[in-house]
Design a protein around this ligand. Structure first.
Ligand code: SAM
Length: 293
């Protein structure tokens, strides 16, 4: 396979096709075949695996994924890149290219369109991507909150966002993103990536992380919508005590105080000290007031 993941090859495609890598679409292409191999190796793919790639770009990752996985469904928003990608991938039969905005894709429906086996049951699939950084958070929310049938995600993200995904309570990086990611998955740090392996170079370091999705099991009696609202509200004003930050929920202060106490949480604490179980206990304590408001 003639890899596009070299500076020379990437520049020559960009020049030949008259492409302008677009900052507004987070177009920073991988030009280091070792990094590509490391990402794909970390994905532990085999011929039985179905992979969704978000933002294939010029195909650096796509080529390597196609070598290892049974099938790759690659979702790209940029039509010009897709046309170049078709040429790069000519002759490779296990890649399906889809022109779409990943934020709007129902990934289960997309995979169902191409899945054949399993007696009609939707197979689990992996998501592997060098994400467009300008939409990392909304994309993660889309991928997690919709509970698609994903088993694992191997994602390259801006390092600072990666640290937020991995952060534990009490850390300055710990916030709503950490809680949502860790509610749905077990995140692992894989490796850091410098700007020099991209064309054009981004201004930030990157981090490759693996999210192993938890089998979906709702915490008993938990109203998840309220849970995520409480988490967002608690972190919205992170310098405030929980009692003050949660005032934004528009519940009387004595009820908030009572719920915090019922959940064993000191109202003077800040949101950043609470772990997922404590946020869940607080939500459960608030639920009956919330329903009656
Ligand atoms: N995978 C390639 C690589 O590693 O070299 C390109 C990665 S580049 C960081 C991000 C890619 O995501 C670009 O190809 C960009 O056009 C695409 N993209 C940006 N926004 C998107 C969206 N909303 N839906 C799908 N793809 C998107």
């Amino acid at each position: 396979m003639n890899s596009v993941a070299t500076p020379g090859k990437t520049r020559s495609i960009v020049r030949r096709k008259g492409l302008q890598p677009r900052k507004t679409r987070g177009q920073n292409f991988l030009v280091d075949a070792n990094i590509v191999r490391n990402i794909v190796r970390a994905s532990g793919l085999g011929p039985a695996d179905m992979v969704v790639e978000i933002g294939p770009g010029l195909g650096a990752l796509t080529q390597e994924l196609a070598e290892r996985a049974g099938m790759v469904i690659a979702v790209e928003i940029d039509r010009e890149l897709l046309s170049s990608l078709k040429e790069t991938l000519a002759g490779i039969t296990n890649v399906k290219l889809v022109e779409a905005d990943a934020l709007k894709v129902n990934f289960d429906s997309l995979v169902a369109r191409y899945a054949t086996e399993d007696g009609g049951r939707l197979p689990t699939y992996k998501v592997v991507a060098n994400l467009p950084y300008y939409i990392t958070t909304p994309l993660l929310m889309h991928l997690l909150l919709n509970r698609f049938n994903i088993s694992e995600m191997i994602l390259m993200v801006q390092a600072e966002v990666g640290y937020r995904m991995l952060a534990a309570p009490g850390n300055k990086e710990y916030g709503a993103l950490s809680v949502v990611v860790q509610y749905f998955s077990q995140p692992t740090r894989l490796f850091k990536v410098p700007p020099t392996v991209f064309y054009p170079r981004p201004r930030v370091d990157s981090l490759v992380v693996k999210l192993t999705l938890r089998p979906y099991q709702q915490i008993k009696d938990l109203d998840e919508d309220l849970f995520f609202l409480v988490v967002r509200t608690a972190f919205n004003q992170r310098r405030k005590t929980l009692l003050n930050a949660l005032a934004k929920l528009d519940l009387p202060k004595e009820i908030l105080a009572q719920a915090l106490q019922g959940a064993g949480i000191d109202p003077r604490w800040r949101g950043e000290t609470l772990n997922i179980a404590q946020f869940a206990a607080l939500t459960t304590a608030l639920q009956r007031y919330w329903e009656r408001r």
